[in-house]
Design a protein around this ligand. Structure first.
Ligand SMILES: Cc1cc2nc3c(=O)[nH]c(=O)nc-3n(C[C@H](O)[C@H](O)[C@H](O)COP(=O)(O)OP(=O)(O)OC[C@H]3O[C@@H](n4cnc5c(N)ncnc54)[C@H](O)[C@@H]3O)c2cc1C
Length: 448
């Protein structure tokens, strides 16, 4: 009897360096390729106040990435089944309908994704379920500590993995088992999300091909040798790698990037800047395992700490922050940039998050939720991990990181070019920065 496999794509929308699909393909005679797009996550972000959909650009990037994957699978004689349902519902329906022997996917650090997987395992005990690592640099089994015993700080983590070799990326898949001929598969989706017409600013194109093209052109330039000097810039396409949207959906693998980085160093010589790109990828790596270890605590008000912060939710301050109408022009400019491009520099993210928590005294989870909704590169582990860090409830050993907004403005936008380009002074703020000082902070449990 022919063996039937099902591969569930998630944050790995690609065909290069995809160990779990390669492993499954070697074990089965026929294959179903599936991606589930959960309307609950796309049409309304579950963490945000109200039922707001994710930003048009984030959604467009996702749909482009899926469409590109479908085309690549077509070329290998496969057909991508797009389920507009949660993974638990979409996969359960397919597992009832088809006699699937084995289901594979990439390991996902999210609690929601993990609980869905566990639900499926329980519901279909006769089917074999297997997860392998493809979103991270290192494999679970190669870590020098149990994933549940992750070092508490990034520095300790970095030391612990200093001698670990990043595995070589696997080549692109050039063949796959066919879909089961006797089974009528759903029609391939033809709907393409309408393209936005605003090409004035950043335009990230979703999908493996666009991601690889971007990566190759970055490493063909000499920007990597200047990365460390420029990475804090607020607004220049080449001053940081801009790999994040493709990494978030797995259109490009992190191992492929490291391999290209090492090739670049072999051709041009390595320096502090090239090493710093790896350093930042290690931050990403840390947050992936951090999310895995802390599960639901990633979304808790007190994070991984015992005490809740002395912040709360003030609707008007929240609205003013999201719309770029605070008393701080630099923060406003960054928020306008986010709202219009779905991207913000790392420095900008730190500045607006610090303002959110320390000046506006807002509950950090609402800021993280807004980022989740807007960011084209939204990555659960990186977003919530960074927000926790800045809110003093995460992996930061200093526990409190407040950015002096005036100093940041002088340092990163001395001539006001960024503020002017993004209309940071454009709107009269309904909030007064003076009023913020000493504003009483009451947390949800009612304690001062
Ligand atoms: C409050 C806050 C929220 C964030 N939310 C996200 C998010 O949802 N998704 C996301 O990918 N990054 C997030 N980051 C991290 C960082 O800001 C972005 O990865 C970076 O700005 C993306 O641009 P780049 O690809 O040009 O980065 P580069 O500076 O070129 O860095 C190279 C790569 O390293 C990784 N990286 C860099 N800095 C960090 C970091 N601090 N944490 C984790 N990974 C990092 C990213 O994968 C990035 O693509 C967040 C940071 C903050 C402060």
């Amino acid at each position: 009897m022919k063996k039937l496999g099902l591969y569930c794509f998630g944050n790995d929308l690609r065909l290069h360096d995809l160990a779990p699909l390669r492993a499954l393909a070697a074990r089965v005679d026929q294959l179903l390729c599936v991606v589930c797009v959960d309307p609950a996550l796309v049409v309304s972000s579950p963490h945000i106040v109200g039922d707001a959909p994710i930003s048009m650009r984030r959604r467009q990037f996702l749909e482009e990435s899926i469409a590109q994957l479908a085309v690549s699978l077509d070329k290998l004689g496969q057909r991508l089944i797009v389920c507009r349902a949660s993974a638990s519902q979409g996969l359960a329906e397919l597992l009832v309908r088809y006699p699937v022997d084995e289901v594979y996917r990439s390991r996902h650090p999210g609690t929601y994704e993990r609980s869905q997987w566990q639900f499926l395992q329980k519901s279909f005990p006769a089917t074999r379920f297997q997860e392998l690592d493809s979103h991270t640099l290192f494999n679970w089994g190669a870590l020098p500590f149990a994933p549940a015993a992750l070092p508490p700080t990034f520095s300790q983590f970095r030391k612990a993995v200093a001698d670990l070799r990043v595995p070589q990326p696997l080549p692109v898949l050039s063949e796959l088992p066919p879909p089961p001929g006797a089974i009528a598969l759903p029609e391939r989706e033809r709907g393409v999300f309408p393209l936005g017409d605003d090409t004035r600013h950043y335009r990230f194109y979703g999908g493996e091909r666009a991601g690889l093209e971007h990566m190759h052109s970055y490493f063909k330039s000499d920007w990597p040798s200047r990365y460390k000097l420029l990475r804090n810039d607020l607004d220049n396409w080449y001053h940081s790698t801009k790999f994040s949207p493709w990494l978030a959906l797995g259109c490009v693998s992190a191992r492929e990037i490291v391999s290209q980085l090492r090739d670049y160093e072999a051709r041009n010589g390595g320096n502090d800047s090239t090493e710093w790109i790896y350093f930042e990828l290690l931050w990403r790596e840390y947050f992936q395992w951090y999310a895995y270890q802390h599960g639901n605590h990633l979304f808790r008000f007190q994070g991984i700490k015992q005490r809740k912060p002395l912040t709360s939710f003030y609707p008007e301050r929240f609205r003013a922050w999201t719309q770029g109408e605070t008393p701080w022009p630099l923060v406003n400019a960054c928020m306008h940039q986010l709202n219009e491009t779905a991207y913000m520099s790392n420095r900008g993210r730190q500045i607006v998050a610090s303002c959110f928590v320390h000046e506006l005294k807002l509950d950090w989870r609402y800021g993280a939720a807004y980022f989740e909704q807007q960011l084209i590169d939204y990555d659960m582990a990186s977003n919530w991990g960074n927000w926790q860090y800045l809110a003093g409830v995460g992996a930061d050993p200093r526990g409190h990181r407040r950015f002096d907004l005036e100093k940041q403005t002088h340092q990163y936008d001395p001539d006001g070019v960024f503020i002017s380009q993004w209309r940071g002074r454009g709107t009269l703020s309904v909030l007064d920065s003076q009023d913020m000082v000493g504003w009483p902070c009451v947390d949800r449990s009612g304690k001062e």
